[in-house]
Unconditional design. Structure first.
Lengths: 385, 655
């Protein structure tokens, strides 16, 4: 008794190569987290394995969660779109306005529930993706109308973005805004509308950057890091140094020196620099290759998904991973101004990894549904193996 | 429950497909840009970045270096390396610079302002004080100050303080030799580490990678020719003599004339290299090689040598000594200490007659005199392995004034160093062969490999052996009754030597100071087979100022002790000799030298006290355990060991 039409939809095995890419990226992440955090962990907690242990725990939990989510039919998420949004908003407001919010470095980005600290913006990402997929599917034939196709998609996620912004997390807000914009684009919104929307966002962005001194300094130091070598430009110069020291084959795993407190946030935001120093260009190419492959599989899954909700959910996940990874790499290589963004799968961060692996579970579930008219050579997953 | 999949319209579908492709291309482009950026960042040489890297990682290398030991000829430690703490600050972590500076100032004794300035610097690493003792370090740790850290460094330590300080020299805070042997042999004493090993992190803390290994190829323990025991005794005697005579400064030098090994090099005032920064400027230099003075009467021996060597006079030829005063043609008057009439060369030396030696020099002629002076090494550096040696003042013979041959003959108008004089007398003691004086015997690497071994080389044959023997006989008379230095006479070892009492020259006026003298005695013993040549020199003794009264007794004390210490067999038999013999172990448990090796005796049943003496003065170490009588030994009796090896003996009580 299947709830779908057997003539148009076919079940297959999940997309095995995608899983392999996810596992490889997570393993790379664990390795780099250990290498980049061991000294810091020894110093701060007296246990060089401190961060590795936590990250491993999250990875195990994350893969468990992924396995669970893999077995939930993706269309079931449609039913929880609004509860998910409400929960996200609730958690975000709790973080901001209740005593459970944890302030780190002037930014309220974490929610502490007992021993667990959680980053609400991670849930917001998933909630926005599912909401957008739901909304884009529902309005798929009215996307060229601004008031119906675009405006609702701005108001509800916009509220979430506002909350994230209030937590002083410009980076994540930017990612979310970009996610919405790209999904609208892929959902068929008119280019003119999107262009106007972007133009309208520019003054806001300008205001946001200029009202906070540190953001302005970051932007200025991005434009010329050498002008303030020991101040705002320090981070990015140390990052350059890491890549420069790495060369083709790198210094070898664990042999990097930049993580010894030269690089800020070596195990989170700047983990890619440590990777560059220790594994060299080879490691950089390998990492980019893994991301590209993962996103390629994601796009295939999206293209073959039998309905628009599946398609847009898959696309949303691809956009999220793609945008975050490109922005993070761009920042550590000095192509973009510094912002607090992590590299998906690789950087240390529990909630981010859990969310990502859960999202991969969703993606893997979508991969088990295919349009019946998909030519055999494009079919995802091997059948009857 | 049923679900309805919506199929988008055909036209919209192709548009969406296009947009998807566009997105995928944009994504790929994004990664491509990053890849290109990565390639340029990682593969292009970037001088700017490399300079920063070098600076920030490696600034700590040199201060992390360690130094090997300096030992005496028997392997006793003169200078060692001990761990100490160095205090630094990361000013970014300092919460209250003023209060922190105040509490540090109380402990360190550095001015508060000085410290506060450092704590306010916009850097992440500032030295506050290098090489603290652990006591101060403990106090600072208890204060629990933010932003104040310490690291372990190696510190040069001289266990005996001033002993040999002027010879050993000084090591700066960065473990670099700044003076003395520390400077001369700096490359051997510096234990360098591979450049990749000592690195520092962003906070300036030093971390060591696991493959840290010391390079042992270059560095090694430096064995001096000095003997710590002799040096100690000499410094004690010298200090006492300086104190007693009220002299400004003093020198004792001792050398083995057959090898050129310097056994004693004592200075007063002397430098404590542990606290060189607090030392008086006067105490810094090693006067034996840096200070020039007019030798005075000791130089008459050189004149006598030249006269005998040239053959212009027979040893029996007598000179009229004018009853103590000789007026020269230019009006100058040469005086003798006491009036004499007819003296031969030997007697002139014995009573140190200026007029006599003047007449000898006139007969000798300046060319031959000058040649002998040069042969003895005056006017050029001895070439000792010590930094800062000077060559003295000797004008070339063409520029000598007519009177100069005469004045130089009794040691005026020429500037020499103590070491030059010692070296010249060494030649007389060594049958005319002048040996290269040296301070370092060998350098032994960490694994016992010999990195350097001095070869005992001669500089030249300064005079003929017969001349040397004749001179020795003359010099023996000096310490006999009626000579100028009976105080230097040693009963069991015949001494040959010469006194010197020179008036000091005022460098400003060029005239002689009234009442400022340099008293010296230089000689060797035992006269027929000299083992040691020695010089005692006292600058501006107050009251009694004659070399024979001030310097000669010091010479006697040290020389006698040294010859005993070295086990030189005394001539004839006297009370003292029996005492000396008693000191030697009477049982068979004594090492016997056979060629380069030493035969190990049977220690069984030997007492600890006897075993301690077993090695005598041979460079073999004893490792003794327990007390009572010896029960175990290694190696076995009759085995041969080489220099520098160890003999292990275990003892147990008999009851």
């Amino acid at each position: 008794m299947n709830p779908w039409d057997e003539n148009t939809v076919r079940r297959t095995r999940f997309d095995y190569p995608l899983l392999v890419a996810v596992v490889l990226l997570t393993c790379l992440g664990l390795t780099m987290v250990f290498s980049s955090s061991a000294v810091l962990a020894q110093e701060r907690f007296g246990d060089s394995l401190y961060f590795l242990k936590k990250m491993m725990l999250y990875a195990v939990l994350g893969f468990g969660l992924m396995y669970l989510v893999m077995h939930i039919p993706y269309y079931a998420w449609k039913k929880v779109v609004y509860p998910l949004l409400i929960v996200s908003l609730l958690i975000a407001s709790l973080t901001l306005f209740s005593g459970w919010g944890v302030t780190v470095g002037g930014a309220k980005r974490w929610l502490a529930l007992g021993p667990i600290t959680f980053q609400p913006s991670e849930i917001a990402k998933i909630a926005i993706i599912i909401f957008m997929a739901y909304s884009l599917e529902k309005k798929s034939d009215k996307m060229d109308r601004f008031t119906i196709g675009i405006l609702p998609n701005l108001i509800i996620p916009g509220l979430l973005i506002l909350f994230v912004l209030m937590g002083k997390d410009l980076g994540t807000s930017f990612v979310l805004a970009l996610l919405i914009l790209i999904l609208l684009f892929l959902g068929g919104a008119r280019t003119k509308h999107l262009a106007l929307l972007s133009l309208a966002a520019l003054p806001i962005l300008y205001r946001l950057v200029t009202q906070e001194g540190y953001r302005m300094r970051r932007v200025l130091s991005f434009l010329n890091p050498w002008s303030d070598r020991y101040g705002a430009g320090f981070q990015v110069i140390q990052s350059f140094l890491a890549f420069n020291e790495g060369g083709v084959i790198g210094k070898g795993l664990g042999a990097g020196q930049q993580k010894l407190f030269y690089l800020p946030e070596a195990h989170t935001d700047f983990i890619f620099s440590v990777l560059g120093e220790e594994l060299g260009l080879i490691g950089v190419v390998l990492t980019i290759g893994l991301f590209l492959f993962l996103l390629y599989r994601g796009l295939r899954i999206a293209a073959k998904s039998p309905d628009l909700f599946g398609r847009y959910t898959a696309l949303g996940i691809v956009v999220l991973v793609g945008v975050q990874s490109i922005l993070n790499m761009g920042v550590v290589m000095g192509l973009l101004p510094t912002k607090g963004l992590v590299l998906p799968f690789v950087s240390y961060g529990g909630s981010a990894l859990l969310t990502l692996l859960a999202a991969m579970g969703v993606l893997l579930n979508i991969s088990t549904y295919q349009k019946a008219d998909t030519p055999p050579m494009f079919q995802t997953g091997a059948r009857g193996r | 429950m049923s679900i309805r999949f919506q199929d988008p319209g055909k036209a919209r579908q192709t548009r969406l497909q296009k947009r998807l492709r566009f997105f995928y291309i944009a994504l790929c482009l994004g990664y491509f840009v990053i890849l290109v950026r990565g390639v340029t960042l990682m593969l292009q040489d970037n001088k700017k970045l490399e300079t920063i890297a070098m600076r920030q990682y490696r600034a700590a290398i040199q201060m992390a270096s360690d130094r090997s030991r300096i030992l005496d000829s028997k392997g006793q430690e003169f200078a060692i390396s001990v761990p100490a703490y160095s205090l630094y600050s990361d000013p970014r972590d300092v919460e209250n610079p003023s209060a922190t500076a105040q509490s540090l100032s109380n402990i360190l004794g550095i001015s508060k302002k000085n410290l506060e300035d450092k704590l306010r610097e916009k850097r992440k690493f500032v030295w506050l004080e290098r090489r603290l003792d652990s006591e101060k370090m403990e106090k600072i740790k208890k204060q629990n100050l933010h932003g104040i850290y310490s690291i372990k460094e190696n510190m040069r330590f001289y266990p005996h303080g001033k002993l040999g300080g002027n010879v050993l020299g000084v090591v700066g805070v960065d473990s670099k030799g700044l003076a003395g042997v520390e400077l001369a042999y700096n490359s051997y004493l510096t234990i360098t580490h591979d450049s990749g090993i000592y690195l520092r992190d962003a906070r300036g803390q030093i971390y060591v990678t696991p493959n840290a290994e010391e390079k042992t190829t270059e560095a090694g323990d430096v064995y001096l020719t000095l003997d710590k025991n002799l040096q100690f005794f000499a410094e004690k005697e010298l200090a006492a003599a300086v104190e007693k005579s009220g002299a400004k400064a003093g020198i004792v030098l001792m050398m083995d004339p057959k090898t050129g090994e310097i056994l004693i090099m004592a200075n007063s005032p002397s430098l404590d290299p542990n606290q060189f920064d607090r030392a008086d400027f006067n105490a810094w230099r090693n006067r034996t090689v840096t200070d020039i003075y007019e030798p005075g009467s000791t130089f008459k021996v050189i004149t006598a040598a030249a006269a005998l060597e040239s053959g212009v006079l027979s040893p029996r030829e007598k000179f009229y000594c004018e009853r103590g005063a000789l007026q020269l043609a230019n009006g100058h008057v040469i005086n003798d200490h006491s009036p004499h009439e007819w003296l031969d060369l030997s007697e002139i030396i014995k009573v140190s007659s200026n007029i006599g030696i003047y007449k000898v020099s006139q007969k000798l002629g300046k060319e031959k005199f000058y040649a002998t002076i040069r042969n003895f090494g005056f006017g050029s550096k001895t070439g000792i392995d010590f930094p800062g040696e000077v060559s003295g003042l000797l004008r070339s013979v063409q520029r000598w004034q007519p009177i100069e041959t005469g004045t130089i003959s009794f040691g005026q108008g020429i500037g020499v160093t103590s070491l030059q004089l010692l070296s010249a007398f060494g030649a007389i003691a060594n049958k005319g062969v002048r040996m290269q004086p040296h301070l370092v015997e060998k350098i032994v690497g960490k694994n016992g490999e010999l990195l350097y071994q001095v070869s005992h080389s001669s500089i030249n044959q300064s005079i003929r052996p017969e001349t040397a023997i004749q001179l020795t006989r003359m010099l023996q008379k000096v310490v006999e009754p009626g000579g100028t230095a009976p105080a230097a006479f040693i009963e069991e070892y015949p001494v040959a030597g010469k006194t010197g009492t020179a008036q000091k020259v005022d460098s400003k006026t060029g005239r002689y100071f009234e009442g400022k003298y340099v008293a010296s005695f230089i000689g060797f013993a035992p006269a027929e087979d000299p083992r040691l040549v020695m010089l005692v020199w006292l600058d501006e003794p107050q009251g009694a100022y004659f070399g024979g009264t001030v310097a000669a007794p010091v010479f006697k004390n040290i020389m006698q002790k040294a010859l005993h210490y070295m086990g030189v067999p005394p001539k004839g038999s006297s009370q003292e000799m029996i005492v000396v013999k008693k000191d030697f172990p009477s049982s068979e448990a004594v090492l016997v030298q056979e060629g380069d090796q030493f035969k190990v005796p049977d220690f069984h049943g030997v007492s600890l006290r006897q075993a301690l003496k077993a090695t005598g003065y041979f460079p073999v170490k004893m490792e003794l355990k327990g007390r009572g009588r010896a029960i175990l030994q290694s190696p076995e009796p009759g085995a041969y060991v080489s220099a520098g090896s160890k003999i292990y003996v275990e003892f147990a009580p008999l009851y």
